[in-house]
Design a protein around this ligand. Sequence first.
Ligand SMILES: [Mg+2]
Length: 175
Amino acid sequence: MKIGIDMDEVLADFFLCDIQLHNQLFDEQLTKETLGNQYVDHKYPEKSKAMRMARNFPGHFLRFPPLPHSQEVVERLSERHELFIVSSAIMFPNSMVDKLSWLEKYFPVISKDRVVFTASKYLLDLDVLIDDHVRNFDGFKGVGILFSSPHNAEINYEMRCADWLEVEREILRLE
Ligand SMILES: [Mg+2]
């Protein structure tokens, strides 16, 4: 199968890095736990402009840790499927260079010619798309797998996976 994989909040822990960035900028000690399911921008909208600017600093996206089990499962899936990276990236144009380096470091099994930067993911001829935003499944012709993230916890969606081991099981079922 042709499988598209989103980056932020699917392969890369954007949520954690955002909290660290907030703490660094505003000298605070927030954690995932103290924030609950809220993004820092939602909790502190008055600081969102400074956060947006800081996120676009070259190098910021290199700090993201990969999410648990993502590397091992992607490697196993790559043995049986064509994997593509599908990232919107356009919100933070400087992130594109970082994202390519980040993929080379953590996911060398996916070659650069299989990286697609677009917010119009529905256009892609993929069998499966793994993403943390249900809006990316609108008009998409394949199967959308929603990857759980604090921001989508309240969304009702049938095909949801809490982590990469669940994604692997779901893909096996679809094979
Ligand atoms: Mg995402």
